[in-house]
Design a binder for this molecule. Sequence first.
Ligand code: AMP
Ligand code: GLY
Length: 435
Amino acid sequence: MAQPIRVLLVGSGGREHALAWRLVQEDPTVEIIAAPGNPGISVLAECVPVPATDVDGLLTLARVRGVTWTLVGPEAPLAAGIVDTFTAAGMPVFGPTRAAAMLETSKEFSKTLMNEAGIPTAKAIVCRSPGDARRAIDALSVPVVVKTSGLAAGKGVIVCNTVDEANDAAASMLEGKAFGDAGTTILVEEFMTGEELSLFAITDGQHAVVLPPAQDHKRLLDGDKGPNTGGMGAYCPVSLVDRHAALVDDVLERIVHPTLSAMRVRGTPFKGLLYVGLMITTSGPKVVEFNCRFGDPETQAVLPALDPNARIGELMATVARGDALRGDGLLRTTCSAVTTVLAVPGYPDAPRSGAQITLPPATDDVLVFHAGTKRSADGSLVTAGGRVLAVTGVGNSPEAAQRASIAAAGAITFIGKQFRTDIGSRELARRAGTS
Ligand code: AMP
Ligand code: GLY
């Protein structure tokens, strides 16, 4: 009898819970070991308390437990070189090497690559001093976007409407106050307008299989107000994609393939999950950013909406083994999904954890993915981090999915719960012809 496939899943967020859920849906015999996992993941997997950035500890775990392949969720272990270490040890792993992960870890690197390869993106000037920044802000004229080149947990981007605001943002990043080393190099970037779209491609470095694009909601409050966060919700599919019949083909041809080709030419092929953050502008799709891993919370919407016959586990295992994909592809949705994130009070600036969580009984049209939760000493479920749960409603229409998501988000209780009640509303407006 064939041995069951054993996957090591690295990470502990809502994205990793959704990945575990999907792997089990596609192959109920799969065995998952999650490191470190979370209380939600523990229902589907064995959770082992090895931190996601302890690369040596993870390698030991993978070897001792004889895992078939490893799926890396967050960017930190990729930036720490987990793929280089596992590959050198002959252990199949899905994700880019540390050098290829620079597409996300250095915005200076990705912007230079895009400019050299002629990939459509916002015009940007790399700055290393407040003087550089002043000249760049004058040259691009406000509004401008000031961003750290390095990783800043989704918070190193400030949209500035005045010259003073832009100079202040640049100075505080460059002085290392706000973001440490991540901000010693910054980009001053032209402000783009349009709809944002997150597109994920599973790639072997050459071919790309694209998952159905999703839209993320980064602001804390309804109506896209309040501060930027790691993401307060997402929905999938996005009918904007259907309206522009050639949109995905265009993104493949003008963005994904030139990027993969430029990475191969540099001797650092990108294998794993390429996340393309897009702005759909009046002059076509442009890159806002690349990430080197699945998006959170988009994954919690994309995977439940994805055609159940799509076998992304097999595609990722193929890439992890170092084998080639059969060609390009576009995977389809078979239903709608709307994901509402529940966050702790004070999130994003001063999150306060430790409140008891009450979950109502499960229903067929809702998936509750855990992110910042833990079991307290007495076994009860408590909040442990900014974003606590991602509540995905599924249905035959975005209306039904949104209704299910909002009702379930409202029924879960913990003190100070924050959530948006308008995730997916832009899609409803678009379908109603009012946007
Ligand atoms: P990033 O981390 O680069 O994706 O930026 C975070 C968010 O800031 C994006 O999702 C956009 O909402 C916004 N943003 C970043 N760059 C730009 C830009 N050049 N023009 C308009 N908005 C931007
Ligand atoms: N949702 C944005 C990200 O994963 O970076």
